[in-house]
Design a protein around this ligand. Sequence first.
Ligand code: HEM
Length: 193
Amino acid sequence: MLIFAGIDTTSNLFGACCYALSIHPEWQIKLREEVQKQYSTYEQLNSDNINVSNQITNFINECMRMYTPVPYFIEREVKQDHKVGDYFLKKNSEVSLCLFPNNYDSKNYKDPFTFNPDRWNQQGIDPFVFLPFSIGKRNCIGQHMALMELKCLLVYLLMNFEVNSVGEKQVWTFKFVYTIQNEKFIKLKRIGK
Ligand code: HEM
C-alpha cells in the first residue's frame, strides 16, 4: 500500500511539474533564479532550508490544483442517512469525491483555467476546497514526505536541466493515468556543464 500510494502519486505530480515548467518558461526562469538564490549546491539543501521558498511551494500547489494526482477514488461509506445540500446520501451507500470541479470552480479560484502560482500568496483559499491529499482521519499519511521529495527533485532539476516542450503544443490530459496527449513528452537539456 505504501509503495503504491507513495510512488505513482509523487512521480505523477513531478511529471505535471515538468510539464508546467515546459509550457510556462517564465516560471522556469523565476524558479531557477530562486533556487540559485537559496542554494549554491544541491548538497546545501536540507530539512532546515527545504521550505524556505514560497515560490516553489506555490508552484507545486498550482500543479496540484490543475493536475491533481488523485482526482478520484476518495471514497467513504455513508454511516447514516444524510443530506448534503440538495443531495440525499443513503446509509450504507458509497460516496466518491471528484476533485476537479472544486479545483476549476471560479467560485473558489479567480481565472481557474489560468496557471498562476502567485494565487497561493493570497489568504482565503478554503482548506476544504483544496484537497489533493484528502482530509479527515484517512487522509494521506505521506503528504509531507511527498512534498519534500518534490522539492528535492525540483531543486535538482532546475539546477541541472532546462525543461522544454517537444513539438508545438503539448496537452496534459486525463485517461485514468495522465499522459501528454500526443505522447511526445518533454526534453531536458543539461545546463552549466
Ligand atoms: C503527491 C503525492 C501524493 C498524493 C497526491 C497523495 C494523495 C492521497 C490521497 C488523496 C489519499 C486518499 C485519502 C482518503 O481516502 O481520504 C491518500 C492516501 C494514502 N497515501 Fe497518499 N498521496 C501522495 C503521496 C504519498 C506518499 C509519498 C505516501 C507514503 C510514503 C503515501 C501514502 C498513503 C497511504 C498509506 C494512504 C492511505 C491512508 C489511509 O487509508 O489511512 N501517499 N494519498
